[in-house]
Write a new protein. Structure first.
Lengths: 239, 293
């Protein structure tokens, strides 16, 4: 059974159709990235799963249809969504951001809170240093780390990350994306990444979907794909 | 000198009532972005409930706890029934809805208890203590202690408890809160309940001080809105400081500036607010926000 499966999913912002019947599968333990230019539908795909946009078609989390669920219920089914622009709680301190997330985890993992917190501080030591600062006082990169940490601490089964490298220095972007496989292994995750930076994403993911204009142009194992393939498929039409 | 301190005590004791209501306004406004015009009338309803219960010779602790719980439930109910349907519409819609709630509540109060003013006993008794020529009534001391305790509880709730932090998160970034699984709608309703419960306490405290009738909070709410604005509308400490400041300026100005007296003293707090907002548009402790166009 796939962790996440979309069949014939279309999405609409008012009258505007942003996804046109896409099919997508995320196997358990897989790291999949959605590539494509601005407006291709990467963010909308994640928002469709989180029920933040009106959709038609079938969306299943571990075989269970979530098409009629509210966003907060999808989260409670184990889908963590780290939105683009980071979406941290800027008035809350780093510590409060993290304990908020820890409080939303399934009851069965509540015994792991302090170990998980240590693990997160291990990946992102700067968060431990700044734990009493308000999130607004963090830099863009630090806020991104906080957003990912928050996603992890809710102990999801599926982690969806939207454009984590947006606006970050290349070095930091590489560092953050480079952690993804480790995170998957340590936290038993399946990861869906929406990323514009194809060069970075190809190195850290198992499989790639190239989107364009709300449709899937190409699905391929990341290892079989070069940057030129991605560019060709997304800018010059179907391969 | 004792005259000065007497005025200060009186000013602070009025100011605390304003502060309490301003705090209730801020809890709702900060949470759901709605300025609840009906806050005062809802508190009046709670005060009438308390008066009715105490007239039936129920002991004060029972009355207070009962009224607080009932006010909380009513506050949540008002949000669920009246505000939620217009939640996504413009802010003007919710403002008009709260106006409707005000009129409705006033009509309900009138039809149950009539429109005649009543004198209400203080839960703290009628006595007073004298400190160096300054008279402080037990009512004033009790009200101050209650409101201070309320403030500490509220602060602890928002800073320390998981639910309090969830409420702040829902206010701060509703979308991210949803994505984490926070039930944002209920958090807002909870804010309304808390505000109504707080208003209930303030109502019980204010009734002996101002006398109880259906419009007891009409003036108080003007000052409470003013206090909340002065403090910055989203800042709880700001609302309290604003309330106290307004109470004190009001008493002081009528005590020391002869032409103001008791007629013009309504104007003084508003002159003060105008002055503050000209210098700090976001209020004393408010944060500057850029308007979305």
């Amino acid at each position: 059974m796939n962790a996440l499966e979309l069949r014939g999913v279309s999405a609409y912002y008012g009258q505007v159709q942003a996804l046109r019947g896409i099919d997508l599968a995320l196997a358990e333990g897989e790291v999949v990235s959605l590539l494509g230019p601005n407006g291709a539908g990467k963010t909308t795909t994640l928002r469709a799963v989180s029920r933040m946009v009106r959709t038609s078609g079938t969306i299943e989390v571990y075989g269970r249809s979530i098409s009629r669920q509210r966003p907060e219920n999808v989260a409670r089914l184990g889908v963590a969504h780290v939105p683009a622009g980071r979406g941290t709680f800027s008035d809350l301190t780093v510590q409060e951001n993290l304990s908020l997330a820890s409080g939303m985890r399934p009851r069965s993992t509540s015994g792991l809170v302090s170990a998980d917190l240590d693990a997160v501080f291990g990946y992102f030591p700067i968060l431990a240093t700044f734990r009493d600062r308000r999130a607004r006082a963090l830099s863009g990169g630090q806020q991104q780390m906080l957003a990912i940490a928050r996603g992890l601490l809710s102990r999801p089964r599926i982690l969806m990350i939207d454009e984590p490298t947006l606006g970050l220095a290349p070095q930091l972007a590489r560092e953050i994306l480079g952690q993804l496989r480790t995170l998957r292994d340590d936290w038993n995750l399946s990861i869906l990444l929406a990323e514009q930076n194809a060069a970075l994403a190809l190195h850290v993911t198992d499989r790639v979907y190239v989107l364009e204009s709300g449709t899937v142009r190409l699905v391929r194992a990341a290892a079989e794909l070069t940057l030129a393939d991605v560019a060709a498929s997304s800018y010059l039409g179907p391969s | 000198m004792s005259y000065f301190f007497q005025q200060l005590v009186n000013g602070l004791s009025d100011g605390m009532i304003y502060a309490g209501m301003a705090l209730a306004l801020v809890v709702v406004f900060h949470g759901s972005g709605v300025l609840n015009i009906a806050q005062g009338e809802m508190a009046t309803f709670s005060a009438f409930l308390a008066w009715a219960a105490s007239s039936a010779h129920l002991p004060w602790p029972v009355v207070i706890i009962g009224v607080v719980v009932l006010s909380f439930v009513l506050g949540v109910g008002v949000e669920r029934v009246f505000i939620r349907p217009v939640e996504r519409a413009s802010e003007l819609n919710s403002l008009i809805v709260t106006l409707a709630v005000l009129l409705l509540t006033e009509a309900i109060i009138g039809s149950i208890w009539g429109f005649l003013p009543r004198s209400v006993p203080s839960p703290f008794g009628d006595g007073a203590t004298h400190v160096g020529g300054v008279t402080i009534t037990y009512q004033q001391i009790g009200a101050a202690a209650t409101l201070a305790a309320l403030l500490v509880l509220l602060y602890g709730f928002f800073q320390r408890t998981p639910v309090g932090i969830r409420m702040r998160a829902a206010t701060d970034n509703a979308e991210s809160a949803r994505l984490l699984g926070v039930r944002v709608g209920w958090m807002l309703a909870l804010g309304w309940g808390l505000a109504a419960a707080m208003g209930g306490v303030v109502g019980i405290l204010a009734a002996p001080q101002f006398g109880l009738d259906d419009s007891i909070f009409l003036n108080v709410m003007l000052y409470a809105f003013a206090a909340a604005t002065l403090g910055g509308l989203t800042s709880m400490p700001g609302a309290v400081i604003g309330g106290l400041l307004i109470g004190v300026t009001q008493t002081m100005s009528s005590a020391y500036v002869s032409f103001i007296g008791s007629d013009l003293n309504v104007v003084v707090p508003f002159a003060l607010i105008l002055a503050v907002l000209l210098i700090r548009p976001a209020g004393l402790l408010g944060r500057e926000t850029a308007g979305r166009v």
